[in-house]
Design a protein around this ligand. Structure first.
Ligand code: KG4
Ligand code: ZN
Length: 336
């Protein structure tokens, strides 16, 4: 069959999503049911609540994706699903639904790595994009530099030793009294602040080191807020947000540029939820242009968790015959 139709399912964290794709890059539907309002009152994702909500949402979301794409289950040629990394209970809901569908329809099942999915979101936004390229994956759970050598060949240059970039955004926002998820809130607040107001520390700055560490920065922001409070000095929250964000962005930027140069790539690709950050995107656009590097980032809706990116990754995996069997299980700590 020339035009493979993929049904994709994503449930690794707090979004239940289903998508239908024709071939690797044409998205017929991408339905996302977010649980953000439910978790907001707890200041973060509550795993048990997330799993239960996924169970309620998964079949309606799949139905809606099929309907929006004007296809029926009989048209589906393969089922792709995120099996890690993520919350185990949340992942299990998507994996179980995908296995049941693949089994009853008699079609192949494809277990997809969530991080690879984030990178592949770029193929949906940029039809001309082809490997090789360097990718900077920045999400709530991960911060990694991945050298994409081919559609099915990746090499990890480095990742975070502790907190992910998005996690640092969320934790700093939380101590500043901003609602979950904190990334977009800091992004907005930072636009009114001075990024040079406070000099926060940058970790692991040696050349050739592609690891990240953001927990020291997070503590530095906490200490700053506490000491100002003790001294009775009112802080300018916008300045704190802007200075924190500036520090994260400059670290990401310099390591990404070094990685591009070391591998001789001519293209840098941004991926993951933090890619939605407006300043990160504009700074990367600026420095890549100055250095003659092509730069791609996904449409906003494809930056955060969604099933279309999983379907795209699943399609390219199927071209390499990389299928899963019905013993597929959730792997919460799945590496790249
Ligand atoms: O990729 P994603 O949807 O989920 C994971 O796989 O982790 O990323 C969610 C993360 C959260 O930490 C959220 O605060 C962050 O992405 N985020 C942002 C922005 N929008 C979402 N961080 C900074 N600026 C933003 N505009
Ligand atoms: Zn994600």
């Amino acid at each position: 069959k020339e035009k493979i139709i993929t049904l994709a399912i994503e449930s690794s964290c707090d979004e239940t999503s289903a998508a239908v794709l024709v071939g690797g890059r044409t998205v017929l539907s991408n339905i996302i049911a977010t649980q953000i309002p439910i978790h907001r009152k707890f200041g973060g994702v509550v795993p048990e609540i997330a799993s239960r909500k996924h169970i309620v949402n998964v079949m309606p979301v799949i139905d809606e994706a099929l309907e929006k794409a004007s296809v029926t289950l009989k048209d589906i040629d393969q089922v792709a699903v995120t099996y890690g990394p993520g919350l185990v209970g949340a992942l299990l809901v998507g994996v179980s639904a995908a296995k049941a569908l693949a089994f009853t329809l008699g079609v192949p099942l494809i277990g997809v790595n969530h991080l690879e999915g984030h990178i592949f979101a770029n193929f949906l936004s940029a039809p001309e994009l082809k490997p090789p390229f360097m990718s900077l994956v920045v999400s709530g759970g991960h911060t990694s530099l991945v050298h994409v050598k081919g559609y099915n060949s990746f090499s990890l240059m480095g990742q975070t030793r502790d907190d992910a970039a998005g996690e640092a955004f969320d934790k700093v926002a939380r101590v500043m009294g901003l609602p979950y998820p904190g990334g977009p809130q800091i992004d907005k607040l930072a636009q009114k602040g001075d990024p040079m107001a406070i000099d926060f520390p940058r970790a692991l700055q040696e050349k050739g080191n592609y690891e990240f560490s953001f927990s020291g920065l997070k503590s530095a922001v906490l200490n700053y807020l506490n000491s100002m409070k003790l001294k009775g000095i009112e802080v300018n929250k916008a300045d704190v947000a802007a200075s924190f964000q500036h520090t994260v962005i400059e670290v990401l930027l310099s390591k990404a540029l070094d990685a591009v140069k070391e591998t001789g790539c001519d293209t840098l690709v941004l991926a993951g939820g933090v890619a939605a950050n407006s300043t990160l995107e504009s700074r990367l656009r600026e420095v890549t242009a100055k250095n003659n590097i092509k730069f791609y980032f996904p449409d906003k809706i494809l930056c955060t968790d969604n099933a279309a990116m999983i379907g795209c990754r699943g399609y390219y995996q199927s071209l390499a015959g990389n299928y899963s069997d019905l013993y597929l299980n959730a792997v919460p700590g799945l590496a790249l």
